[in-house]
Design a protein around this ligand. Sequence first.
Ligand code: B3K
Ligand code: ZN
Length: 864
Amino acid sequence: MQEKPQAKYLKDYQPPSHTVSHLDLSFDLQPTNTKVISIAHYDAISDTTDLRLDGIDLKLLTLKVNGKAHTQYEQSQSHLLLTELPSSFDLEISTEISPSTNTSLEGLYQSAGAYCTQCEAEGFRKITYFLDRPDVLTTYDVKIVADKSIPYLLSNGNKIEDGVTEDGRHYAKWQDPFKKPSYLFALVAGDFDVLKDEFITQSGRAVELALFVDKGNLDKAPHAVESLKRAMAWDESRFNLEYDLDIYMIVAVDFFNMGAMENKGLNVFNSACVLANQQTATDRDYHTIESIVGHEYFHNWTGNRVTCRDWFQLSLKEGLTVFRDQEFSSDLGSRGLNRIDAVMAMRAHQFTEDAGPMAHSIRPQKVIEMNNFYTVTVYNKGAEVIRMMHSLLGEQGFQKGMKLYVDRHDGQAVTCDDFVNAMQDASGVELTQFKRWYEQVGTPTIEVVTSFDPTKQTFIIELTQHRATNDPVVEPLHIPFALELLGPDGEILPLICDSREVSKILNVTNEHHQFVFEGFEQEPVPVLLEDFSAPCIIQYNYKLEQLIHIIQYASSDYARWEAMQQAFSQEVFAEVNKFDGHITHTLNPKLMAVLKQLLTERNGDIALIAELMSLPNFDALSAGFTQVPVNALVKVIKDFKHDIAVSLTDALKTAYVSAKEQGELSHDGVSARALKNTCLYYLAYVADEDIEGWVETQSLSENMTLKLGALKAATAADLSCTGALMENFDAAWRHDLLVMDKWFSLQATIDSNSTIDNLYGLYNHPCFDKSNPNRVRALVGSFARSNPAQFHREDGAGYKLLGDLLIELNGLNPQNASRMVTPFMSWKKFDKTRQELMKAQLQRLADLTNLSDDLYEKVEKALS
Ligand code: B3K
Ligand code: ZN
């Protein structure tokens, strides 16, 4: 391995040496030699005469202090150290950068010709020398000069001037009245189609909305704009937060490392998270777009107006904003289904991260490459921590806390403690112990033992919290533990302790707690940790009958789904123990009967029934094993699907035929399509003539949810029509790369011994491009994540495919490489043979002479 990159520690935080009162930026855009002039006014905070600025890959042209050339400086790979400075001065720096060769998609780069920026976390230093840290806030004036062939020149804030230059080019000037840290700076220049709209705020101000998309894509823009208007209205009604500028712009670009970025007044989005119409996008895509548009919009208050003091506090804005976008989706759609999504992400990804070498607290203590910490832990567990505070304070207390937080800290860069303090001060709820969640590492376990005393008619619940082995927190956590008790007829029983009815949120603050509930003639069925009220693992020996009781009667949709998942998992675990490679595994008939009943009665939310019918996936099930039994797990899951298909063929067929999808985006339409697809997916395993015909007919649908549902069913069950359907799709959609991503994903998830060769071949498909993160994720990401049988092949060919790709991505796009390495991080969870094979791929990376900091941090942790 090369020289070790340096880690930064939260405990070493120091305030900046200078404040910046204003920044003037000017850009002369050229593909390989863009000139950037930055003029800033600096004031020293202490009596220092030095200023150390961040800067990477910059060619320094000139440097002036108070208008005069300054020669007292040293340049290094990552910094510019200025010495012998006065305490207050203007600094003018001109530098040159090359956007067209910047494949890292960080800083200023070109996406299919358009110029755009990505500065969070530390990309601004690839644009100019600056104090590139979130606690240096200032106002910006930006001038952009470019050829007239690039009509739109955009930056943050309001446009104050435009015109032509003497040499026949043109320019625009933008002014952002709000102070911001450099990570929220944005510039976009390109030729787009624009969808314009307007939003009138609650105080009556008109805000211009503009969505910029690639030419020819206007028909896919309305859903994002409608989502934005819904988000703006929701933030006013639920949080009383109103938008502050006169214009809100969103630009969709094809080359982007993540979903989107909340730059002040000028969001930049991955086009995959914007563009949708019924022919090209699934119902799931529609939902994702609405939630990401909301998320970026909500950052305007939680992230932009109040930002982070340092990057260790990232969850301050991300955990809170994920919580807000989850609430937005839940208020507008189904709360139960949204909760199910959130918990699935926690179980399948966050618990896995916690169990691996990258485990960290929601406020990490040590970081080498900040981009590595935009994780499910910081985001999703961070949101669960905010949700726990919401449970403890209630909606009213929480809103009071939010108001105090914003009033106290508007325009500031603050810490997670500042947020919790505001919540505590506004509500009067003591949160000192609760703060331990910010230090806590790993997934806590709660062991539950219950006992029923028929003579005293009491039901006793004993809870013991166990922390993960790598958890530095030595004292117990404050856990809001939600509980529901169900009576024999499914009725919800009151929780009576010492003759008084108590709240369903139990405050668990000690290592060990005993709760004695009174007044039961028969033993109740406990719904434990209802709604996943804390990000913990519950250990409790549920009997199948109890789970079935919960599936039938629990008051929350989430709890019913959770019980179903538990029941499925228990059955899978039991069968995995019997695995010998030859027996055919079948689902417990009692559980099969429940599925049949759900399917036949179709009571309540149809979309929920589709969820209830779905087996937990490989990742979610893997989390339950210390060593993942790959072959057994793959076989049992497949056998169960087959068994459900064969045992319930008639009920599945009836449900399939009677699910009528009315209305493009109505909840009923979405639900009907979800159930139809679930039924067809199972039925494909039976594959009689009817069903092959249904798959083929559905694949011709003009609706992408249905079309893709048909192809998924065909590829999963390996129907004879699969090849032809895939060819038709390819021929029909080559003009739309986002749609082709769905096809690449399908190719990657086919469980066939020829898949790996096929994937190497697809690198040459005219639509494939390794420098585009969407394509890479669609093809190789889907393979590693969703094709366990082939990825974990015992000859190591799956691991080699990923290893080969990572070596290329390391040079091309370190951030993408680092995200794609995730499947290797859990190598210790597999058997010896697979461990050795995965480790060998990690070692190939470790041996690279140009290993990026991004990969270094993960590879080093994985191997140590
Ligand atoms: N804040 C951005 C993510 C930036 C990621 C930098 N590697 C998007 C979001 O969370 O809203
Ligand atoms: Zn965010």
